[in-house]
Design a protein around this ligand. Structure first.
Ligand code: LLP
Length: 415
């Protein structure tokens, strides 16, 4: 839970002292607002918990890759995990060197592998035997060795939402541990490959440490065997996945999570890497929206209709995800249940069902909480809705880090 958001008696909901309605007035709604302090605190909590143990935090850009956020990560000393060439270019433009980037992805094209080899990333997280072969050929033809972290699939249930679980046999990710063992040993004989690490990532929004501990033990056991076999590993990359509390039920804190990984690794003489996304930026962002209609179906539901919908925040429609919603300036009176919906012509365009909400009127501002991760990045322009702006609050002031897209910009690609 972020300490950055507070109700002020006169100024309504604030982010690190900045009134949300002041930002919303200037930018219009819908808009995203992030707290730099909350992001820093979260990153430092993870970093500090390694307590001197050699480690690397590869922030998962997929969670939020707005340039200002990525630059903030760099200023903190973070490294990054890029899942596409677009994210790679974002990282490079923000000043990361290729050796501060790990490159992930379950379907890397030959062109992407070519470029990955040329850039010489810290590691290419490889997902399959076929990809290893392609990478080997590409690197050998250039007379270089690609640095490989092979992703293992430990067949462990992350106990998260099935759509964001990745560590089961049935999932498309990684290779089974027994096969990984063979592939690692084989890699030491390949002209174009250097095995540098074991990689694992069993899913996202994981709210109990048990599956993460189990996966960390599996990866560590494999790494120990490989070291004994003479495979020259440098790191274990435990992936991301630590969940946050969307509904205020307690979740493991960041330090406890890191301690779990450190304990699983025991005395292995390797760098411990992680790829956290949500746990760093998730709680640091809100989506601000205006109530555009309140509709009471006689004898039926009450609908609060917002100017933000699944085009700005896809998580509820995609995963049935829960996000807290609250007025920026609460009115006196009892809460009443309502369905909070967006303006899009899809019935899944609903942020909440039967949610007890303080009294609201048309024109009121509300925030949707904990949208710093997988919020803006998953936005779309369905219905020709331009992408919303984003603001960053830092040191008591705010700046626009992305302005609202215009319709002209949206149509620029078309004849
Ligand atoms: N590493 C790999 C290989 C990943 O696939 C992911 C997330 C991460 C790291 C970062 O995981 P995190 O620490 O953020 O849990 N759109 C979904 C989440 C998809 C996660 C995809 N992979 C959502 O809105 O919940």
């Amino acid at each position: 839970m972020s300490e950055s958001f507070h109700q002020h008696p006169l100024r309504g909901l604030t982010v690190d002292g900045v009134a949300i309605d002041e930002v919303a007035r200037a930018l219009g709604t819908p808009c995203y607002i992030y707290s730099a302090a909350a992001i820093r605190d979260a990153w430092q909590a993870l970093d500090g918990a390694f307590a001197g143990r050699p480690h690397a935090i590869h922030y998962a850009l997929k969670a939020n890759s707005t340039l200002a956020i990525v630059r903030l990560m760099r200023a903190l000393g973070s490294h990054v995990d890029a899942n596409s060439m677009g994210e790679v270019d974002v990282a490079l433009r923000c000043g990361f060197t290729p050796r501060e980037i790990v490159f992930t992805g379950v379907g890397k094209s030959s062109a992407e592998l070519e470029r990955a080899v040329a850039l010489d990333f810290h590691a290419i997280n490889v997902e399959s035997p076929g990809e290893l072969d392609r990478l080997d050929r590409i690197a050998a033809a250039k007379g270089v060795k690609a640095r490989v972290a092979l992703r293992v699939n430990p067949d462990i249930d992350a106990e998260s939402h099935p759509h964001i679980s990745t560590g089961l046999r049935d999932n498309k990710f990684g290779v089974p541990i027994a096969l990984a063992r063979e592939l690692f040993v084989d890699m030491t004989r390949r002209a174009g490959l250097t095995p540098v690490g074991v990689h694992i990532h069993i899913g996202s929004q994981i709210t109990t440490l048990a599956p993460l501990a189990k996966a960390a033990h599996a990866a560590s056991a494999l790494a120990r065997e490989l070291l004994a076999l003479g495979v020259p590993l440098e790191q274990i990359d435990f992936g991301g996945g630590l969940g946050i509390s969307y509904d205020e039920t307690p979740v493991p804190d960041r330090a406890a999570y890191v301690r779990t990984l450190v304990e699983a690794a025991g005395d292995i003489p390797l760098t411990l890497a992680i790829e956290p996304g949500r746990s760093i930026v998730g709680p640091a962002g809100v989506l601000v929206s205006t109530v555009v209609d309140i509709k009471h179906v006689p004898g039926g539901r009450r609908f609060v209709v917002l100017d933000a919908g699944m085009t700005e925040l896809m998580r509820p429609a995609l995963y049935g995800a829960y996000h807290r919603i609250e007025p920026v300036r609460p009115r006196a009176g009892a809460s009443e249940p309502a369905d909070v919906v967006g303006p899009i012509c899809e019935s899944t365009d609903r942020f909440a069902r039967d949610r007890a909400l303080a009294p609201l009127e048309v024109g009121d501002l509300v925030v949707v909480r904990d949208v710093g991760a997988y919020g803006a990045v998953l936005g779309s322009t369905y219905l020709r809705r331009p992408l919303p702006p984003e603001a960053l609050v830092d040191g008591g002031t705010w700046t626009t880090i992305r302005r609202r897209q215009t319709l002209d910009e949206l149509l620029q690609l078309e004849a």
